[in-house]
Design a protein around this ligand. Structure first.
Ligand code: XIL
Length: 347
């Protein structure tokens, strides 16, 4: 089954890097400043409407309305769409979890992939096949204990990539991971575990074309260890995959200073990260996890995450300022930093 429609050689892209953002279908409807910013993207990623639980909440009754809306919009405006994601434990419907653990039959996963890959073949060019599979703290041999891992064993990632490749040989296949950017024992162990996984998959000729580094940055974790990060990215690139920054944003460490100081701190941190990223030729795209602070997942969907991660006591009125535009769509310094980085490499 290892035959793949695209060569598994070096996947390094040529040409300019693409810029993009996560979007929600309701943001594509009304003519707002947010929509104008979305229209400047090269690539859109469904923020959560593309997940298994969003598409097939009820077994056997897939609903494509939201995915189609994002794809139609992207197509109309000449943008690419990244599928996100085929496997992610957190967004796996309960019925599927139960079925996998009960029957241990890969058919459950194949049927899920078959609801999406053939339908969007040629329209979704790259797919995050497995999201967040590493866990060096509570996992087994560095692999997160998910329903997939429990039902099918650690090699489910390879099986998933082969299955996706079989259903859409043209698609470029990715895995995507978080907490890889800082100088601490956990991030270091996670980098090593991810690298080991990627090396293993590539050595076996498993169709893995690109690796996504989420890039949810946290200022409280200290400075970006630029040398170490550059080394890590270069080790990944040496396996022949391309790289993508897939979910860039920043969690502030201190939300009690002036807006100007806060925005400067975020921009400096992003700059320090991008300095490394832009130096690595294997990086093909940079996607921010939203555009406006108003709609950031950090404040809307995961206030507990934000509270846990931001070392400042939470004050409901102070939104985290970790995206390129503020809540009123005023561009911040982070937008300037991103723009400059993209402009330099486009020139
Ligand atoms: C988040 C979305 O932004 C939220 O709206 C949703 O409720 C949960 O997921 N890593 C990922 C993304 O890969 O899919 C997550 O997005 C953020 C963490």
């Amino acid at each position: 089954m290892a035959s793949s429609g695209i060569s598994l050689g070096n996947q390094r892209h040529t040409g300019p890097r693409r810029y993009g953002a996560a979007v929600r279908p309701d943001q594509l409807v009304n003519d707002t400043p947010l929509l104008s910013a979305i229209k400047r993207c090269d690539i859109l990623v469904p923020e959560y409407h593309g997940q298994w639980s969003a598409v097939e909440w009820q077994k056997g009754e897939p609903w494509y309305g939201n995915y189609d809306a994002i794809l139609d919009f992207a197509q109309q405006h000449g943008m690419a769409v990244r599928g996100h994601s085929l496997i992610w434990e957190k967004m796996t419907p309960d019925w599927a979890r139960a079925e996998m653990l009960d029957k241990r039959d890969w058919g459950t996963v194949t049927r899920h992939f078959a609801t999406l890959l053939p339908r969007y073949s040629g329209r979704i060019a790259d797919w995050i096949v497995v999201n967040e599979m590493i866990d060096t703290e509570d996992g087994e041999k560095g692999m997160r204990r998910t329903s997939f891992q429990q039902a099918y064993g650690d090699d489910y990632v390879a099986t998933a990539l082969l299955t996706a490749n079989g259903l859409d040989p043209r698609a470029r296949l990715m895995i995507n991971e978080y907490a890889l950017s800082y100088d601490n024992p956990v991030d270091e162990a996670r980098r090593n575990a991810l690298l080991k996984l990627v090396e293993n998959l590539r050595k076996r000729g498993i169709p893995l074309h690109s690796v996504g580094l989420q890039g949810h940055l946290e200022l409280a974790k200290g400075a970006i260890p630029q040398k170490r990060l550059a080394q890590f990215m270069s080790n990944l690139a040496d396996t022949g995959v391309s790289l993508a920054i897939t979910e860039l944003d920043a969690i502030e460490a201190d939300r009690h200073r002036s807006i100007a100081e806060r925005d400067a701190a975020v921009a400096d941190h992003i700059q320090s990260f991008l300095d490394v990223v832009m130096e690595q030729p294997a990086v093909e795209s940079i996607v921010t996890w939203g555009l406006s602070d108003r709609h950031s997942w950090l404040q809307e969907n995961a206030p507990d995450t934000l509270a846990a991660l931001s070392h400042a006591p939470i004050d409901g009125k102070r939104l985290n300022r970790g995206l390129p535009f503020d809540a009123d769509m005023k561009p911040k310094q982070m937008q300037v930093v991103l723009n400059d980085a993209m402009r330099i490499q486009r020139a």
